[in-house]
Write a protein that binds this ligand. Structure first.
Ligand SMILES: [Zn+2]
Length: 355
């Protein structure tokens, strides 16, 4: 066994079985390495001292990959964002195959939560429709990404909406892979966490595109100013976070503050948009969802920074219920709330484009 070799290999999937161990020599070839305690970790993997056990440490890549389906202290971190990624992939397929409105977004979201099986069937049918659609569109009659207002005043460009969906998918899949692979080696650790920060920045920048684009549809100067500013801020944040030293636990608060500042800089275009269009109820409705989104991100950041609840009972939340899992759930919920906010503005623009 290639691990630091203090104890024998053990059986997955359950971490307790792993901790109990078995017949070392026979099992070493077949079974993945054992899970480690916090104090046995190398310095670079010591991120949260309140999570005491069930660490994968410098596992071979094959075992790391298989650990998606076993229990350890990163399992739910991986799955919370993998499920989030699948939800956004599904939203993208639906948006490409039919008109996405607030009404069918909500209806479908609740249906998928209630009745997964029928939704998977709809997804499969949607995927087939999507393939047909694209083979048809190869003739370039009218791309869904660049719908022009040729024959209908209700059509608006959809690319900003897809920029947001794309940014969310990239962020969630980068996060999933970071939580999965960063335990493999020091090199992987620094590479994947920086990838994760780049993904978060991309999602924040992408989130700005659709609401700003549609709110300032008739104000190209402001639209350009806000979109180029947030893109520039995003590039600066990613460049700053490329420094490996900023990936350590000591800078947890700094990273959270940087992302929150980036997100909350949206208050400026939001306030401007409300001032411009205060008489349109859609803008006020959308603002309500954006405030809810900000609250959800803020709450998530509180868990991320304070490491509640595991700091209250170290070791009790190693597998289920620690702060990072709660933070992930808040991130997905906030991104979905932003979806709702954006769809409201898009609906308004579909109705009022020429007003
Ligand atoms: Zn994470």
């Amino acid at each position: 066994m290639r691990r630091r070799g203090s104890k024998c290999a053990s059986t997955l999937p359950t971490p307790r079985e792993a901790a109990n161990g078995g017949d070392c020599e026979e099992n070493n070839k077949k079974r993945p390495p054992r899970l480690d305690k916090y104090e046995d970790l190398p310095e670079y993997l010591k991120d949260n001292e309140f999570i005491r056990d069930y660490y994968r440490c410098e596992w071979p890549l094959k075992d790391v990959l298989c650990s998606v389906f076993s229990l350890h202290n990163e399992t739910l971190n991986i799955w919370t964002h993998l499920v989030g990624f699948l939800i956004f992939a599904w939203l993208t397929v639906v948006s490409l195959t039919e008109e996405m409105t607030m009404e069918n977004f909500m209806a479908r979201l609740f249906r998928i939560l209630r009745n997964g099986e029928s939704e998977i069937r709809i997804w499969r049918n949607g995927y087939i429709k999507f393939l047909f659609y694209f083979s048809e569109k190869l003739h370039f009659s009218k791309s869904p990404l660049l719908i022009a207002s040729e024959d209908s005043s209700s059509n608006i460009p959809l690319w900003p909406w897809f920029v947001f969906l794309g940014g969310a998918m990239v962020c969630l899949i980068f996060s999933t892979t970071s939580h999965l692979f960063s335990c493999h080696s020091r090199r992987f650790y620094y590479f994947f966490w920086r990838l994760d920060y780049a993904g978060i920045s991309l999602m924040i920048v992408g989130s700005f595109f659709a609401p700003i684009y549609y709110t300032f549809l008739d104000h190209p100067y402001w639209r350009f100013l806000y979109l180029s500013s947030i893109t520039l801020i995003g590039i600066l944040v990613v460049t700053t976070l490329l420094a490996p030293s900023l990936s350590s636990g000591d800078y947890r608060g700094f990273r959270a503050a940087l992302f929150l500042c980036m997100g909350f800089s949206g208050v400026i275009p939001a306030a401007h948009g409300v001032l411009l269009h205060w008489d349109h109820p859609h803008i006020i409705g959308s603002l309500g969802y954006e405030i809810a989104m900000g609250t959800l991100y803020g709450l998530g950041a509180v868990f991320y920074v304070t490491r509640i609840p595991e700091r209250w009972r170290p070791g009790a939340f190693d597998i289920v219920g620690h702060s990072h899992q709660i933070f992930h759930v808040f991130v997905v919920a906030a991104a979905l709330t932003h979806c709702a906010a954006t769809l409201i503005i898009m609906e308004w623009r579909k109705g009022f484009h020429h007003v």
